[in-house]
Design a binder for this molecule. Structure first.
Ligand SMILES: C[S@@+](CC[C@H](N)C(=O)[O-])C[C@H]1O[C@@H](n2cnc3c(N)ncnc32)[C@H](O)[C@@H]1O
Length: 395
């Protein structure tokens, strides 16, 4: 299935899950119950941290019996030697544990956001608990089942823990996750489109994607795109779409926004070369929706000549920090009197906030057009405005 079609179908399901039972039922009928069942179980698997389960005595299969419109759809997921796959565990599989749920309720719990009701698990059949052999099968499967169901219970995970679990250096080598948490937490349950420049792993084909997995988990209703110059198709997952391209190529970068549509969050963790940082900002900041956030990591390169940086002239506009510092005056462009000023620049009316931390900046998109302060306040300090002026103002 094409990326666009897959992304569109996921969007339909995610949006319907917040809208109510009837909207979900309609979306399930449109997308196909079997496809929706597979999508929801896959999502629960990705939220289950099954790597935390210790060694198991043998393969475990969990079969979800999902009721929809008078039918029951069965979707199995098996866990064997640390690997998860959809379908049965094979000939040596023990009897599956059965988990019965309503498909609509499950969709609402997985993708509906915090206000949606949790999926009520109708029944778990652990097997014949009076038979010691079957009982032990249930005991072995319990940690897997518990973790799978947690994915439908709206369990919030902290970003630094998710960085560790998913192998992202945003916590540890860097200490970015508390900063991300500060800015991203209010957006967490929203339906979002996120793009991260730089997937990780450089030329190693099977390596990278830790932060994309982290974002997928932190934002349960988001589609997450990653861009890298190397083929990172191995990082593809449900709701995670790697794109290959060179972020120093103006044609490629210029076409990204049209390809991905309006964006909610952009994270630049790519080459960190100053020219690439500025090129991407020009192309992608305007593509953010109002309220969107643009994050630039590793701004230390702004001072390193090998990355196009400059530690001697801190206002050099060809460096990442020099460029960003110029934008700051644009926050107040309506107060510049105009004489000799080249403002407003392209970004002045769309930048509404800027937050700078050690090596990382967060820029907020919006509509910066509140209007200037009244003219009489500009002409002299308010402390010098005489009584007569004040009477005039209040009259
Ligand atoms: C620091 S890693 C990204 C790490 C990842 N965001 C994470 O947090 O796990 C930087 C990535 O940017 C990619 N990259 C470097 N220069 C690039 C360019 N010009 N175009 C596209 N990708 C580039 C590298 O291949 C590398 O995988």
């Amino acid at each position: 299935m094409s990326t666009l079609r897959e992304a569109t179908e996921l969007r339909v399901l995610i949006r319907s899950a917040a809208a109510g039972d009837d909207a979900v039922a309609e979306a399930i009928s449109r997308l196909g119950p079997a496809r929706v069942a597979a999508t929801l179980v896959d999502e629960m698997v990705s939220r289950a941290d099954l790597g935390e389960v210790g060694p198991l005595p043998g393969p475990v299969t969990v079969r979800f019996d999902l009721d929809f419109d008078g039918r029951t759809l069965a979707h199995s997921v098996s866990f064997k030697e640390g690997r998860v796959r959809h379908g049965d565990a094979g000939p040596d599989a023990a009897r599956p544990v059965l988990v019965e749920l309503e498909l609509v309720a499950l969709a609402r719990a997985v993708f509906g956001g915090p206000m949606a009701p949790h999926a009520l698990c109708r029944r778990i059949d652990w097997g014949d608990v009076d038979d010691p052999r079957e009982f032990m099968v249930g005991v072995a499967a319990a940690p897997v089942v518990q973790r799978l169901l947690r994915g439908a219970a709206g369990e919030p995970a902290r970003l630094d823990e998710l960085a560790l679990v998913n192998g992202s250096d945003k916590w540890g080598p860097h200490f970015y996750t508390p900063i991300y948490e500060r800015h991203f937490a209010p957006l967490r349950e929203q339906e979002l489109t996120i793009v991260e420049l730089g997937i990780g792993g450089y030329a190693h084909p099977g390596s990278g994607g830790g932060s994309l997995r982290m974002w997928k988990r932190y934002f349960p209703r988001a589609l997450v795109y990653g861009v890298d110059m190397f083929d990172k198709s191995a990082a593809a997952e449900q709701r995670v779409f790697p794109i290959q391209g060179d972020l120093s190529d103006p044609d490629f970068v210029g076409g990204l926004a049209g390809r991905l549509g309006p964006l909610d969050i952009v994270i630049d963790d790519g080459s960190h070369a100053c020219a690439d940082v500025i090129l991407a900002f020009h192309a992608l900041f305007p593509a953010l929706r109002p309220g969107g956030l643009y994050v630039i990591e590793d701004l230390q390169t702004s001072y390193w000549p090998s990355y196009g940086g400059n530690a001697t002239n801190l206002h050099d506009a060809s460096t990442s920090m020099g460029f960003l510092k110029q934008l700051l005056d644009g926050l107040n462009y309506e107060e510049h009197d105009g004489a000799g000023s080249s403002r407003p620049t392209r970004f002045d009316s769309m930048l509404v906030g800027a937050h700078f931390y050690h090596n990382i900046a967060v820029l907020e998109k919006g509509r910066n057009a509140d209007g200037p302060m009244p003219g009489f306040v500009r002409q002299r300090p308010v402390t010098q405005v005489g009584r007569a002026d004040r009477r005039e103002v209040t009259a």
